[in-house]
Design a protein around this ligand. Structure first.
Ligand code: ADP
Length: 190
């Protein structure tokens, strides 16, 4: 299996690129943010539990993530592999993912980070706020999401560097150019 983690701060383009990667390489795209938003829209128990956390730009508790991931992987038991988008976001989640994949005799294949500076991120997310009206895209919440990313998620870079799984790519440019760069990296390891 090919288990690909697309990594990067909010607004780095993970969602857009993940869809393209999943399509080209025939992988299942798992966006934890999309799963949460769907549950919020449908007012499920999970949605009700996470709504206020997400609207503040905080992270959903790790224990909930594992349930969601187990569930998604079971639903796609015949998948050729996964593109993880927005997961893992904490060291605990990375450990849990390793354990979950190990149970299937699998492992993370590669972690690719899209690098985009804080100023550009803020600009992009404020623009998206005008278009999509996501509740967590207000200036205050965006700033909190960037802070949360820097403190809780960025440490994963060293975690995966130590495992020799980490690569990065500048996430600025056209969608197609960035996608081309991602494909070159995937093709070199697949
Ligand atoms: P973005 O990448 O733009 O921040 P996402 O759609 O990936 O947006 O996530 C939206 C929100 O959903 C996050 O701010 C967080 O509250 C919650 N969330 C998504 N994935 C995770 C995760 N792996 N761990 C904890 N919370 C998460």
């Amino acid at each position: 299996m090919f288990n690909f983690i697309l990594f990067g701060p909010p607004g780095s383009g993970k969602g857009t690129q993940s869809v393209k990667i999943a399509e080209k390489y025939n992988l299942v795209h798992i966006s934890t943010g999309d799963i949460f938003r769907k549950n919020i829209r449908e007012k499920t128990d999970l949605g009700l539990k996470v709504q206020s956390i997400i609207e503040k730009g905080e992270l959903v508790p790790d224990a909930l993530l594992i349930e969601i991931l187990e569930d998604a992987m079971l639903q796609h038991s015949k998948a050729r592999g996964f593109v993880f988008d927005g997961f893992p976001r904490t060291i605990q989640q990375a450990n849990d993912l390793d354990a979950m994949l190990a149970k299937r005799n699998e492992s993370v294949s590669i972690v690719l980070a899209l690098t985009v500076g804080d100023d550009e991120i803020l600009k992009r997310l404020l623009k998206r706020a005008e278009i999509e009206g996501r509740k967590d895209d207000t200036k205050e919440v965006i700033e909190n999401r960037i802070k949360v990313y820097n403190s809780q998620t960025q440490p994963l870079i060293d975690y995966y560097k130590k495992k020799k799984k980490f690569q990065s790519l500048v996430g600025i440019g056209s969608i197609d150019d960035i996608f081309g760069g991602i494909c070159r990296i995937i093709d070199s390891v697949i």
